[in-house]
Design a protein around this ligand. Sequence first.
Ligand code: GLN
Length: 491
Amino acid sequence: MDTAYEIQASFERGDASALEIVRVSLECISRLNDRYGAFVSIDEEGALTAAKRLDHARATGSHIGKLAGVPVAIKDNIATEAMPTTCGSRILREFQSTYDAHVVTRLVDEDAIVVGKTNMDEFAMGSSTENSAVCKTRNPWDKQHVPGGSSGGSAVAVACGMVPVALGSDTGGSIRQPASFCGVLGLKPTYGRVSRYGLVAYGSSLDQIGPFARDSRDLALLLSVIAGHDRRDSTSLRNARFDLAAKQEPDLSNVKVGIVDDLPAEGLDSCVQDAVSRMGGVVEQRGGKRVVVSLPHLSYAVAAYYIIAMAEASANLARFDGVHYGERYANPNNLQELYEQTRGTLLGDEVKRRIMLGTYVLSSGYYDAYYLQAQRVRTIIREEFASAFDVCDVVLMPTAPTPPYRLGEKNDDPLTMYLEDIYTVPANLIGACALSIPAGFTDDGLPIGAQLMAAPMNDGLLLNIADCVEQTTDYHKRKPFSSAGEDRESR
Ligand code: GLN
């Protein structure tokens, strides 16, 4: 499938009808979804109806939106009226939202066509999409490997060419890490830039919705559509808009790229390290300067993140009690049993673990020792990044310490899985923007991502740098398989 930019342009020129474009997307989904498990709901009828309406609008000379005819996929924790919003959980198996999330309304206002909802770790808790109660999602570069998570389905949908762009959510890396594992781009915008209205909350002070795409131009296009102030999200920024017209010519001559000299490197795979250094070289080749920065407390980021995320999750998930939302245990003897049985049987193990740990770190006697301490670490990390951003414009580091790993490999060991988030969680802790760009491949042909992080509201700078990098490298152009969908079945 072409990029969103190309699709919109060819629709606007009249080279392709929306119906044709949507049929290509639906056909690709029906051919590949059983194998890769990207989508959990597909709205074929809704997409075809929207396409026909759009074709009619063009024929009658009506205004054509910035995403006219572009098929998009939405992570299943973002509310949609047309399809269920399961959050990858049994407790919301049939949950139907009565309204669209702000981002969905924005996409539809610009004439994008929502084709389906994508698989994810239950309530966005995880890094491999293996915590989904709905289906298994596989990495298109090698079916035996995980696609990353928690927005694994969205990353796979874009990598397979089922859709040119998709939305995910990122609380501690859930857009960037699956983007890196699937060889596509993923952006976590500045906290407050994109409204969270209609996003099922996980860690409210960390959550942010953002786009997946196959190049930086499409990421910028998507951001320009979904960013903007929304009074229904109290953390939405007043100056949240992202104006595409203000985008500068890609030029790196004044850009200083921070390389972290005390980067925690335990568990960092050498092929990832090499790919990220090469990426530093590319930036330098294009005129950027490398400067050294220090972030001495980075190794505490994972601990602080998990304490804060779990604490917030324990409060946010209290609403799934069998009374307010979703499924309910059938024959309770009393209210206590209704709560216990509903939550005990319908929530997955990882979600229950986090609710319990989150409740624990907030409980009297432990609050000071854990939660407050984590918030202090968060402040220190914010201050260290502020000092780093005094001497550099962006920080370059790996997105994940390893390439995609095998399905099941880390499932029994939550701690190892948590430690994998070391490079992505800092951006969420400090509200900064960050993106992952394809930066190379392992000897086995699995994708590797590099991460660029900038101070809040510098999303445009990140996209500019990615644009420059794309003019020098072609990693983002590689596809996991031919358009006929042949993959390396045998491995
Ligand atoms: N892997 C991290 C976690 O499990 C991040 C998830 C996310 O960003 N939603 O919490």
